[in-house]
Design a protein around this ligand. Structure first.
Ligand code: ADP
Ligand code: MG
Length: 354
């Protein structure tokens, strides 16, 4: 009941927007289900011409995405991009209208953009620490930077999962570097599922990105009945959550991101697709995969193994606990954060010592 009062009070005091309030800027992305622009408010013409907001014009899945963003904003605000407002825009005559979603513009670069650079991961270090604080280059330092990124990503995932939300589309393109907080945040809740209230409970396999999807492909076993109405689902779903461990789907994807950060060759699409093919041939056994490639490994691959083998191989240990065939054998985000891989000081602590 308190939630209702809260939502009601919020409705009165939060600013509301409509179509004419926005001036469209550069297009940032275009997918099958929507177009994303950088925008500014029309009543702020003195604004930097770039605009400090982001608009997504979404098709039918926009309604779910608004719902997810509202929920995240209340329950775990810092893990995702700052959501401002969402509404159905049907003033134009075409069709059923579109859902408009507005966020704060968090920054220029996604983790995908940053990983494409030859400078990765040092470009990330510069963004987190600012100029002029870099340490001597080397594997040790790269590992610290990658560890810091993984910690931030798992932290955001843990708060999403604790809220009862599975993202289902975790990939570098959906991880944005927030220039304000100097941390990585998750974006794009368009494929997310909230199992506690049964929103988007039935998996839409076609929403999933095959490059990053765990082998189970969809989250609930097909035997699980479709979502009951909200109050029943709230009572039942913690049990379902325990049984099916749907959060482990995101953990697999996050493990693939870890892998891409360690192995430069896997940062390209073709590199990742080739890895996926090899892993499948090894029945998703990462240790078996390592055996097949290590003997004839290129220097690029060897460097990745060397990085993961630092400190008695705790990085490799963490990776193998995330990328596993069976969801129930994968670690959770919370358990991963407590893994010894994260015992070492990260970037920020390191810069304070300098
Ligand atoms: P899509 O459904 O097209 O994948 P996304 O929500 O992932 O939509 O947004 C597309 C792109 O727009 C992102 O990859 C990112 O580059 C940019 N973007 C989205 N939200 C933000 C934000 N809050 N701040 C800055 N850039 C953003
Ligand atoms: Mg996206």
């Amino acid at each position: 009941f308190d939630m209702f009062i809260l939502a009601f009070v919020e409705r009165i005091f939060r600013p509301t927007f409509r179509k004419d309030d926005f001036v469209l800027g550069k297009k940032l992305g275009e997918g099958a289900f929507g177009v994303v622009y950088r925008v500014s408010l029309a009543k702020n013409p003195s604004d930097k011409k770039e605009g400090d907001l982001v608009l997504k014009k979404a098709t039918e899945y926009g309604a779910v995405e608004i719902w997810m963003n509202e929920r995240v904003r209340r329950a775990c605000a810092n893990s995702c991009a700052d959501f401002i407002y969402g509404f159905l825009e049907n003033s134009s005559k075409k069709g059923d209208g579109e859902y408009w979603l507005i966020w704060k513009f968090e920054g220029e670069a996604t983790l995908a953009d940053l990983m494409q650079s030859k400078e990765f991961p040092y470009n990330v270090e510069r963004m987190i620490l600012g100029e002029g604080q870099q340490l001597p280059k080397g594997l040790e330092r790269e590992n610290r930077i990658i560890q810091t990124i993984m910690r931030q990503l798992l932290f955001a995932l843990d708060s999403l999962h604790s809220t009862g939300i599975v993202h289902r589309d975790i990939k570098p393109q959906n991880v944005i570097f927030s220039e304000g907080s100097r941390t990585f945040k998750i974006i794009d809740l368009g494929a997310a599922a909230d199992l506690r209230v049964g929103i988007n409970y039935i998996p839409k396999e076609f929403l999933l990105d095959p490059r990053y999807a765990a082998p189970e492909q969809y989250i609930m076993s097909t035997q699980t009945p479709s979502a009951p109405s909200a109050p029943v689902a709230t009572a039942l779903s913690p049990v379902l959550w325990q049984m099916n461990l749907p959060d482990r789907f995101d953990i697999y994807s996050a493990g693939l991101i870890f892998l891409q950060m360690a192995f430069p060759a896997m940062r390209t699409d073709s590199g990742l697709i080739q890895f996926n093919r090899q892993l499948k041939r090894c029945d998703y056994d990462l240790v078996a995969w390592r055996k097949t490639v290590e003997s004839r490994a290129s220097s690029d691959l060897r460097k990745g193994f060397e990085l993961l083998d630092l400190d008695e191989g705790i990085g490799w240990e963490l990776l193998t606990s995330m990328v596993r065939y069976k969801a129930r054998q994968r670690t959770s985000a919370k358990a991963a954060l407590a893994h010894p891989y994260f015992n070492r000081e990260g970037l920020l602590a390191l810069s304070l010592v300098q």
